[in-house]
Design a protein around this ligand. Structure first.
Ligand SMILES: [Zn+2]
Length: 263
């Protein structure tokens, strides 16, 4: 038997390499342990800057979705490179660490999909740990946005797209999130972007309980969306690590644009 990777792996080793490359811009802390007692790591650039805007990021709730990690890697490298100081960034890069270490795909993971476990009470131990960290973060900055990084179904190859709240659920928030996405999309450019780049979840889930963005919107009253970047192909383009990183860098530039506009 032999195994072939559909995508570029991203785990603890890649995260350690990333930390070495970014010259102490990112601090690494353990915020709790997983169901199987692995460390849940959170990176941050500032611990406590109550006057600055803040953003909370998460990746790998579905542990197989490594394109999300490479996009996040590019995003975080970009902020370190320009030594950006106007935003408090906290990020859980390997949230479903057990799934990552065990090599699970991670969507609908036993005993409960991590990204449907965000209700009260939370249905996964990891979610409880990260919810508490989010509550810590919200008192250390001015919460402004939260993003969840994913990859779509393996057959999807139309380019990167975003899930925002539906117009039926909350029209005002829908408009706010859509405007933000438009600014980010302008930065990313046509090469990597799906023609249908704004979507709202309309598929049936195994569990209809809250996901990360629901938790953020309900508890913090700030916008939150997820980003889906395909495995292997954006239409004709074969995606390499640097393509994913480029998308992440452009997302960071888009967010810096939004912050400038807000001032
Ligand atoms: Zn996913």
């Amino acid at each position: 038997m032999f195994e072939i990777a559909l995508c570029y792996p991203y785990g603890i080793n890649e995260l350690e390499n990333f930390l070495k490359d970014t010259n102490n811009y990112w601090k690494k802390d353990v915020i709790g342990v997983s169901q199987e007692e692995r460390e849940i790591i959170r990176l941050s650039n500032f611990y406590n800057e109550p006057t600055k805007k803040g953003i909370y990021l998460i990746a790998r709730q579905h542990s197989g979705e490594t394109p999300g990690s490479w996009v996040l890697d590019g995003f975080l490298r970009c902020l370190a490179e320009i030594n950006y100081k106007d935003l408090v960034v906290w990020v859980v890069p390997l949230s479903n660490i057990d799934g990552i270490e065990n090599g699970f795909y991670g969507k609908d993971n036993f005993p409960y999909d991590l990204n449907r476990a965000w209700g009260n009470p939370p249905m996964r131990h990891e979610t409880l740990v990260i919810q508490r960290d989010i509550m810590r973060w919200k008192d250390r900055c001015k919460p402004f946005l939260a993003i969840d990084f994913h990859a779509p179904g393996a057959c999807e190859r139309d380019g990167t797209y975003f899930y925002i709240i539906s117009i039926e659920k909350n029209k005002r928030m829908h408009e706010v999130e859509k405007n933000m996405v438009e600014k980010i999309v302008r930065q990313i450019g046509e090469k990597y972007i799906s023609k249908n780049y704004v979507k709202s979840i309309n598929y049936k889930s195994r569990w209809e309980t809250p996901h990360f963005a629901d938790f953020i919107r309900d508890n913090l009253k700030i916008p939150s969306f997820s980003i889906e970047t395909p495995y292997s192909l954006c239409r004709e383009l074969l995606m390499k690590k640097d393509d994913y990183r480029k998308i992440g860098e452009k997302i960071a530039m888009g967010i810096i644009d939004i912050l400038k506009f807000k001032k």
